[in-house]
Design a protein around this ligand. Structure first.
Ligand SMILES: *Cc1c(COP(=O)(O)O)cnc(C)c1O
Length: 383
C-alpha cells in the first residue's frame, strides 16, 4: 500500500506488514445512475425485499436511536429452530441449539472472527484457490499465513470436466503442522461446482481433529447437485466443522449485512467474544427474522432463479460453451488472458460482470431480461 501522499497528509505510523501487503477486495462493478445496465457482477438476488420484510424494516426504523440486541437473541433462536427444521425435513434427527449459532455483519465478518478466534501469528490457513476473494484478506488480517491450493483442472478418467472443482485431496495434502483452518467453499465462488458427499467424507477423515474445517455454504439454497453433501449432517458428525451461511444471497438481504456461523458451543462462544459489539443492526435482525418467517416464499424465488440458471446454462451449451457445473447463482467462464477485454465488451453492451484478471469472468444469474442481455454478450464472445 505505498502512498504517493504529500508529507503533510501522512501519519508517520508504520502499518502492519500484513496490512501493507493486503490485496484489495474488488467489489463488483456498480451501475451508473441513469444508464441502462444490468448488474450481474456481485451475485446479488435480483428480487427486491418481500412486502412482509419491508414492513419489518419500516417498523424498526423508529428504534434506530437504540443499540440493537447485542446477541441477536430472537434471530439466533429462530436460526437454530429453522436449521433443526431443515434437518427434520430431510429425515435427519440433527438438532441445533442457539448456543451453536453466531451471527455477524455478513458471513464475511463471521469468517474473519472465526479466524481471529483460532489463529496465532504464523499459523497456516489452507484455502482452495481461485475461491472467494475475502479469504486471503481475512487470513492476512488474522495474522495467519494464506496457503492457496490450486483447483482441479482437465478431464478425469471418465472424461468428466474437472475444471473449477475443488481438489479436496490436494487440500488435505497441504495440511501441515501449523495448519489451524482449512476452507471448503461449496459451491465454489466464483467457479460454481459443489463438492460431493463421498469426497468430502474422505477429506474429513484425513483432516486432523484439531484443524477447523470451514464449510462455506453461502449458496447452499441454490444447490441441486444430487451428490452434494448435507452440510448440517456433516456438521453434526464432525465437531471440528464450522458451517457459514448468509442472508445475503438466497434471502436477498445483501444490503443489510447479516450472516452466521454454526459451531460447537465452546468455539461459538470464542467467536462471539471477538465479534464487534452490537454489529448486526436491529433492522438487519428484524429483516432476517421476517425472512425466516417468509422462507417458503423466498425459496420459491430461489427456485425461479435455479430455473433461470438451467435456461442460461442450456443456451450457453447451445452456443458451444463448456463451463463448470453451476450450483450457485452464477456461471463461470475461464477466459484466461482474454478476461479483461471480454469484461469491457460486456460493459459496453450494458451488462456488468465480474472479471478476475487473467483468470476468468463470473456472471450472476439475474432476472430473465438481464440473463437474455448477457446471453447475447456470451454469443458475441464466441465470434
Ligand atoms: C457472498 C459470499 C459470502 C457472504 O457474504 P456476506 O454478504 O458477507 O454474508 C460468503 N462466502 C462466499 C463464498 C460468498 O460468495
Amino acid at each position: 500500500m505505498s502512498t504517493d501522499l504529500p508529507a503533510h497528509r501522512t501519519s508517520g505510523i508504520p502499518l502492519r506488514h500484513a496490512v501493507e501487503a493486503l490485496p484489495p477486495y474488488v467489489p463488483g462493478a456498480r451501475t451508473e445512475p441513469g444508464a441502462r445496465t444490468f448488474k450481474l457482477s456481485s451475485n446479488e438476488n435480483p428480487y427486491p425485499p418481500l412486502p412482509s420484510v419491508l414492513e419489518a424494516i419500516r417498523e424498526g426504523a423508529g428504534d434506530t436511536h437504540r443499540y440493537p440486541d447485542m446477541y441477536a437473541t430472537e434471530l439466533t433462536e429462530a436460526i437454530a429452530a429453522s436449521l433443526t427444521q431443515e434437518a427434520a425435513s430431510r429425515g435427519s434427527a440433527v438438532t441445533v441449539s442457539p448456543d451453536e449459532v453466531v451471527v455477524g455483519t455478513g458471513s464475511v465478518a463471521v469468517l474473519a472472527h472465526v479466524l481471529q478466534t483460532v489463529c496465532e501469528p504464523g499459523d497456516e490457513v489452507v484455502v482452495p484457490w481461485r475461491s472467494f476473494e475475502a479469504y486471503p484478506i481475512a487470513v492476512a488480517v488474522s495474522g495467519a499465513t494464506f496457503v492457496p491450493v490450486p483447483l482441479a483442472s482437465g478431464p478425469d478418467a471418465d472424461g468428466t470436466l474437472l475444471d473449477g472443482r475443488l481438489d479436496l485431496r490436494a487440500l488435505a495434502a497441504a495440511i501441515g503442522e501449523r495448519t489451524r483452518v482449512v476452507a471448503v467453499c461449496t459451491p465454489n465462488n466464483p467457479t460454481g461446482p459443489a463438492v460431493h458427499r463421498a469426497e468430502l467424507e474422505a477429506f474429513l477423515a484425513a483432516v486432523p481433529s484439531d484443524v477447523l474445517v470451514l464449510l462455506d455454504e453461502a449458496y447452499v439454497e441454490f444447490v441441486r447437485d444430487p451428490e452434494a453433501p448435507d452440510g448440517l449432517a456433516v456438521y453434526a458428525a464432525h465437531p471440528n466443522v464450522v458451517v457459514l451461511r448468509t442472508f445475503s444471497k438466497a434471502y436477498g438481504l445483501a444490503g443489510l449485512r447479516v450472516g452466521y456461523a454454526l459451531a460447537r458451543p465452546d468455539l461459538a462462544a470464542g467467536v462471539r467474544s471477538v465479534s464487534t459489539p452490537f454489529g448486526v443492526s436491529d433492522l438487519a435482525q428484524r429483516a432476517a427474522l421476517a425472512s425466516l418467517r417468509a422462507q417458503d416464499e423466498l425459496l420459491e424465488r430461489v427456485e425461479a432463479l435455479v430455473v433461470e440458471r438451467a435456461r442460461v446454462v442450456g443456451e450457453l451449451g447451445a452456443q458451444g460453451w463448456e463451463i463448470p457445473d453451476a450450483q450457485g447463482n452464477f456461471v463461470w467462464f475461464g477466459l484466461g488472458d482474454a478476461t479483461l477485454q471480454r469484461g469491457a465488451e460486456a460493459r459496453e453492451a450494458g451488462v456488468l460482470v465480474r472479471p478476475f484478471a487473467g483468470e476468468g469472468i463470473r456472471v450472476t444469474i439475474g432476472e430473465h431480461e438481464a440473463n437474455d442481455a448477457f446471453l447475447q454478450v456470451a454469443a458475441s464472445w464466441r465470434r
